[in-house]
Design a protein. Sequence first.
Length: 287
Amino acid sequence: MSRNWFFCLAPVLLGLLALAASTIGQPTGFELTKLAERGEGIFHEQCAGCHSIGAQDRPTGPDLAGVSARRERQWLIDFITSPDEMIAAGDPIAVALLAQYNNFKMPAFQLDPPEMEALLIYLAYPEEAAHHGVTTPPPPRAADPARGAALYSGALRLEMGGAPCLACHGIAGAGLAGSSNYGPDLTTVYENFGEAGLTSILQSLPFPSMIPIYADRPLSATEQLDLTAYFAQTAELKVLPPKTLGGFILLGVIIVFGIGALLGLRRLQGVRRPLIEQARKQRGVIR
């Protein structure tokens, strides 16, 4: 009888031991709250530009509520630190996410072990950081697309001293800037990502080539708002794309040179006529 009881209780005992082992080393109470609060700060600095928690998916990335239950811990660490390597290796989840979100690649974040632990704790227990850490800023003023155009071209200096968009990107309607080719053309950026996605991008500027430029010189909330309004206005105008605009510029140059050549020829004839008459008189051609 005792053996039968043992075999009946063995699975239960093993389950309790496994549960105890899984909770060993897990923070609790005050320590859990402090880690979650620190992780919340890291999330808002590094992740909130493209992701939300408990809101909805964005064009730039999925909502991360419950991500700790959907993904293994090591997978999250690998994807946060080396997303390009996971995509190159053909990880099915990483490849599917890339396709789902407009081939928008997540940049690699170099977090030290304590930072990574705090971020993972916050993703697992976001409620522990509720009403702590980051405060909600007041709503920004109304958007000004004209100011956004000036910020884009560099006519108005960015508050933190970052480079204007025109230094690397072309956009239709910005004259010769359409020849810029260091970064992609931004004519359709508002159509591609929508207002929410573009706002997220301008908040974090997560592209690898932009991180060194803007990491210490982020755009202010008003600059983000004005640039978004400018991109929206540019999309609505449906102005000529850079190549078509360049063709008209070339045609205009040819016309100007043609008019100049014609006027020059007439002027030359007007100068030559008196000289020819004078030469004929000297030779006695004209009596």
